[in-house]
Design a binder for this molecule. Sequence first.
Ligand SMILES: [Zn+2]
Length: 309
Amino acid sequence: MTPTPTPALLAAALTAAGRGWPVFPLRPGDKRPAGHAEARCPGTGRCTDGHRTPEQRATLDPDVLAAAWGTAPYNIGIATGPAGLLVVDLDVPKDDNDTSPEEWAGVTDGMDVFAVLCEQAGERLPTETYTVRTRRGGLHLYFTAPEGKTLRSGAGALGWKVDTRAWGGYVLAAGSTMNGRTYEIVHDAPPLPLPAWLSDALTPLPASAPMPIETLSAHMRHASAYVATAVRGELEKVQSARQGGRNRALYFAAYALARFIRRGDLNESAADAELTAAGLTAGLSPGECRTAIASGFRRGGASEGANAA
Ligand SMILES: [Zn+2]
């Protein structure tokens, strides 16, 4: 039996497209794309010239949307990359066993983690942007992606239960339903530009081999023996931090080194490079490294040195 089309879902698809966000159909009551997967591509119809992914198929064309949503009550996928969006996906635990890693001890969900990240970055929670509540109570914060940067989707890109959806991903639009619960707009405003600190945190660092601590002295030859020893000690703490405490260890290492930077005894970019290498070696993501180091430097007053003559 073919499920009956739902006018509300067509209306929701047209509304999203009307905002300039290309959409494509997802299976009714589901978050998986409708249609065949690439592995089962028949190579006919729209795929005559090769399989077309949902991201490639997504459209703003109201006639195409009316035809598609006229056949079944599809959920609505917004192709975030072509839409020029970056959506921060703040998720909630799936069940009682889905608890935060030690690194994020004390937080209960993605919203908490995001609040901590904002505080560390010295930024306000960007709550004034277009926001959708997901069917399980998570939040999707919509931002316009920065010009000239291709940000990709990432799971845990910023921390526990904080995913991002951009190129290579999609979000369920408001009006989609799963298990009888609807994705609802909770703040209807134009999406704000992605805050710069988030854009920085999500920008992949140029690949560089982690630097063994033994080679540190060569890179720090302009620093005094005392400073070099202090740096070495901080990097060792980061590298030996247990999985749950790496983020904090990196933050405190940056905080501790900030005073040397402030006094002009240590070059900020050299310290940043050493700390990043240590953080990556310890298994943190580039985004986690950036955020922890930047906030450690800021709290430690590193930049006061940069303004000093
Ligand atoms: Zn195909």
